[in-house]
Design a protein around this ligand. Structure first.
Ligand code: AMP
Length: 249
């Protein structure tokens, strides 16, 4: 069984994101970048399936600028076998990523593609679903448990008020939720080994995909600053303020 894992390079989750002065986006110059946390969970899941003998190969794919190769190297150091870098300096929106991944899937014919449920930079939560739509494949999104048996993937999903378990046919798309696993740190020897693993480079043109953005960002702004709180003397003061000032009751 072959697994493809999509790994996105995003602003590290510990960084306090700053909006650009001209409100066209957020500052990315000199900002620490890392693998999207949900994609670390996707790599971990794939590598565990490799280690228990369920999978035979794990391929990590990243799409974007040259430095995406660092993200692929991280996946290789965690245990993926090889990488594919779809190289472009263009802005990639989820539809373009899904179309590019669909082309890679045609070439690589994996049994399962594992993606994060969302990238923490755009919070789109679209790519996996669009990829499943383009390929006509089953999808198990927001997976908190994946169990493969009898040619199916049993995917437990966190839904409002509980858990839902689906049995989906392969080939399939799985997107990871936070509780699926705890990703490992790559060990130094594995980081060294990863340097020798193969990364193939390809461009959107070579894949025949038009990546022109379909959405325009009008502006990006900071959330309003929080105003200081006040103390009230009595419960009736509180109720009065909630009713007449905040208008919430
Ligand atoms: P999104 O739909 O943008 O929230 O992203 C969902 C998931 O799609 C991410 O967690 C990644 O697994 C994958 N993905 C999105 N964009 C990229 C990219 N540029 N390179 C690799 N994977 C991506």
């Amino acid at each position: 069984m072959k697994l493809l894992v999509a790994v996105k390079r995003v602003i590290d989750y510990n960084v306090k994101v700053r909006v650009k002065a001209d409100e066209t986006g957020v500052e990315t110059a000199n900002v620490k970048m890392s693998m999207n946390p949900f994609d670390e969970i996707a790599v971990e899941e794939a590598v565990r399936l490799l280690e228990d003998g369920t999978a035979t190969e794990v391929v990590a794919v990243s799409l974007g600028v040259q430095q995406c190769q660092e993200t692929i190297r991280t996946a290789l150091a965690m245990g993926a076998d090889r990488g594919i870098h779809v190289k472009t300096d263009e802005e990639l929106q989820p539809l373009a990523v899904a179309k590019l991944l669909a082309k890679i899937v045609e070439k690589e014919t994996p049994d399962i593609v594992i993606l994060g449920k969302q990238a923490i930079d755009d919070d789109s939560n679209q790519t996996g679903q669009m990829l499943a739509g383009l390929l006509g494949w089953s999808q198990g999104t927001f997976a908190s448990k994946v169990y493969l048996a009898d040619g199916k993937a049993n995917v437990t999903r966190e839904v409002d008020g509980g858990l839902e378990t689906l049995a989906i046919n392969l080939p399939a798309i799985v997107t990871t939720d936070l509780r699926l696993n705890e990703p490992r740190y790559a060990s130094l020897p594995n980081i060294m080994k990863a340097k020798k693993k193969e990364i193939t480079e390809i461009t959107p043109d070579e894949l025949g995909v038009d990546v022109a953005p379909r959405l325009t960002t009008l502006k990006v702004t900071e959330p309003p600053k929080r105003e200081g709180g006040i103390k009230v003397e009595t419960v009736s003061d509180l109720i009065d303020k909630l009713k007449n000032e905040a208008g919430v009751i």
